[in-house]
Design a protein around this ligand. Structure first.
Ligand code: GLY
Length: 401
């Protein structure tokens, strides 16, 4: 039988200390530097095979995370030589992002924010990169072409308007900071207006009565109202895909950050509580929150969900009152303690990633995903692990999102 802890049990778990945070972040940065030899202007694929990523071109929805790791490492480099090497690698990668959006190569989907915020917006914020700025604005232009005014949402995948794809997905909340940034930079409110409409639609439809979340939400193309929810990467339609719930934690924090609507604080707490009430004893979620202690023989973890949720809690704790802020940042510290003690790659001869035991997509009898990256490193897991550690080390960090 699947068993979970309860949020209240978290009181007994230790928090990561500042020195443990520093040590873990330094190790991750040293690994990024070590593997620049393979990944200077090449990109790790979305997931590893036997814990090793192959270098490849800038593709998929995931290339931005690796460049994000390079920029986080640049911010935390220990020597001028390292900083220079990371800057050169970051700039070379930004050039490939510019080329990709100019050539419209593999950009017919909504993941422009995942691609362009941690890579090109970060480059612009950190170094004033003009190529980064240009690429990110082109990406924002591309993203708003996916807006559906009937239903007011950004269509995730597929041909625009296709009946079998008239939907948004919870992950998209993390694509929206790109649009807020584009409005700020260009002075044109059209990007922000679309982001706000999407947030409103997502917040109104993606959270279920029991505070779990839909992975994907189909809207009715005639009425513009909620039609039905469905999963793609979760175990089944009514279950809570762990990463979807984690995107919900970070996504509601992002929704509050940009809109300052009071009710979104409540949404954040609901979604987060559901996540925390469905963790196994070691705090690393199974890939779907249906599973818990007792399921380890058949079901893998998804460590990336833990670090995404930790980043969401750390982001939200910037806006909460002192008591809540301390509470959620404390929980993030507890999750990170486990990640560092049990899931961080400590020996770079065993893996060229940062965080073990992620799951990209696991096939079940009920879902529609293509299986890959089961119990592997996943590149966003590595990135958000570093982002979370960096947030603890630098509470004033100017975030890329
Ligand atoms: N955004 C796709 C995923 O989380 O796998």
């Amino acid at each position: 039988m699947s068993k979970w802890i309860k949020e209240r049990d978290l009181a007994d778990y230790p928090e990561i200390t500042d020195s443990e945070t520093q040590e873990a972040l330094s190790l991750a940065v040293s690994q990024v530097v070590e593997y620049l030899k393979d990944f200077r202007d090449k990109f790790p694929y979305a997931c590893s095979v036997d814990n090793f990523y192959e270098p490849g071109k800038n593709r998929n929805w995931t290339a931005g995370f690796y460049t994000g790791e390079v920029w986080l490492s640049y911010e935390n480099a220990v020597s001028e030589a390292e900083k220079e090497a990371l800057l050169a690698a970051g700039n070379a990668q930004v050039d490939t992002f510019l080329e990709r959006i100019e050539k419209l190569d593999d950009v017919e989907h909504h993941d422009m924010g995942f691609l362009y915020s941690p890579s090109c917006v970060a480059a612009y914020k950190l170094t004033g990169s003009e190529n980064g700025k240009k690429a990110a604005i082109l990406a924002a232009d591309k993203l708003i072409t996916r807006f559906q005014s009937k239903g007011e949402f950004i269509q995730a995948w597929g041909e625009m308007g296709a009946k079998d794809n008239y939907r948004f997905i919870i992950d998209c909340l993390l694509n929206l900071p790109l649009l807020y940034w584009a409005s700020e930079e260009t002075g044109d409110s059209k990007y922000r207006d679309i982001a706000e409409k999407h947030i409103h639609t997502a917040m109104a439809n993606v959270i279920r009565k029991d505070d779990s979340t839909w992975h994907t939400v189909f809207m009715n193309p005639d009425t513009g109202k909620f039609d039905h929810g469905a999963t793609c990467q979760g175990y089944k339609d009514g279950s809570a895909w762990a990463r979807g719930q984690a995107w919900g934690v970070y996504g509601t924090a992002v929704a509050y950050k940009y809109t300052k609507r009071d009710e979104y604080i409540g949404y954040f707490k609901r979604v987060t509580t559901y996540f925390l009430n469905h963790l196994p004893e070691d705090l690393c979620p199974f890939w779907d929150l249906t599973f818990g202690d007792g399921d380890e023989a058949l079901e893998p973890r998804d460590s990336s969900s833990a670090v995404i949720a930790a980043c969401g809690m750390l982001e939200m704790s910037r806006y909460l009152d002192e008591k809540d802020s301390k509470y959620y940042s404390g929980i993030a510290r507890k999750l990170l303690k486990v990640m560092v003690d049990r899931y961080q790659v400590k020996d770079s001869s065993k893996s060229n990633g940062r965080l073990l035991h992620g799951t990209y997509s696991k096939k079940s009898p009920y879902n529609t995903c293509t299986p890959e990256g089961v119990d592997e490193c996943v590149i966003w897991g590595d990135y958000y692990f570093m982002e979370a550690l960096n947030r603890l080390k630098n509470p004033e960090w100017r975030i890329y999102w």
